[in-house]
Ligand binder design. Sequence first.
Ligand code: NIG
Ligand code: FE
Length: 419
Amino acid sequence: MLIHSAAQLLTLAGAPQRGHELGRLEIIPDGAVLIEDGTISAIGTSTTLTTRYPNAPRLDASGKVVMPGLVDPHTHLVWAGDRAKEFEMRIAGKTYLEIMAAGGGINATVQATRQADTETLLAQTRARAATLLRNGTTTAEAKTGYGLETAAELRQLQALLSLDREGPLEIIPTFMGAHAVPPEYAGNTAGYVELVCQEMLPAVHRWWTDQSTWRSLPFMDVFCETGAFDLAQSRRILEAAQTLGFPLKIHADEFASLGGAHLAVELGAVSAEHLVKTPPKDIEALAHSNTVAVALPPTPFGLADPNHMPARAFLQAGGLLAIASDLNPGPAWCESMQFVIALACRYLRLTPAQAIAAATINAAAAIQRKDQIGSLEPGKQADLLILNTADYRHLGYRFGGNLVKTVIKRGKIVIDHSE
Ligand code: NIG
Ligand code: FE
């Protein structure tokens, strides 16, 4: 298939973009892409490619932006139920950590997820995966962490693998048994940490190796936060995971600054996420490391909190920044990376070009997939979007709608919204 005549073809070609480099879209006006067997085989101007490949079946993108599929590098996609009641409580003045300390929050969803039968869990998760895809996300990272006991965590992981196999949304799994302390261990966080290290991690490792010899271990993530795991406990868990070969992620400095961002740098984590309360010296250390900072603007927005990740300072120091939805049943039931881009422009002060790069090539780097997805270059997976606009800045500028006309995943048209 030859997609041609794109008003703007955003290729995002090249390496992930650090610091002031962020926002290099590498636009080809009147651009074209040749796709063969699910892979991009050529990129160029329409004149060049239509001359070189006169017999390829054509798809006209005139008046449209063509760009890489959006990559969401931080979601909690798999859960059952909802927490609409807590949303009302927060609006009335209760804080997220107060609700969590009272047994609500993550543990309310743990209860609903443990109780749901597998079909229900799959059906509710599948519906969200379909919404992500309609909104232009072609790959999403997804965390467990609403099971918090070995069997329930493995069931969540299994659900993610099944939905990835079903497609078309590609799911990159993360094991997050250290998302919260479950009710059985209330008051005994240390005991739960040992369960994670001595039982869950080895069990997940064993299960994974039996299930899918064909791919690398999932990521391991921990919620380093007041009311969840402190710095020493987070370190214990991440080091145990690292010893088994899991690549690391960390939820750090969302509400309180416990030192999680610094720990991420020290352990060489793939990414550190949230970073709302990260002190300047840790922002600096992170910016000089290879750990990707993932800002999640839907979370403070969802909590009506004016504080956001200090993205401009981080870029000033030369860091590698990505953005993500944090899709979860608590503060951020957000299924649109287009909306994340709009929030990132306003609250992180990114330009549309910077936000787009943070949601494509840099987001791919945050999940160790920069060589497969995130840009349009020969040899990469043919994951791309055709937008109902001729000007890429409409991403960010407009919000609340959906600019996606066509979604192509691995070379196949999987969504086609007529105008
Ligand atoms: O990233 N902070 C921890 N986890 C999620 C919230 C999950 C939930 O509230 O269910 C987050 O914000
Ligand atoms: Fe999260």
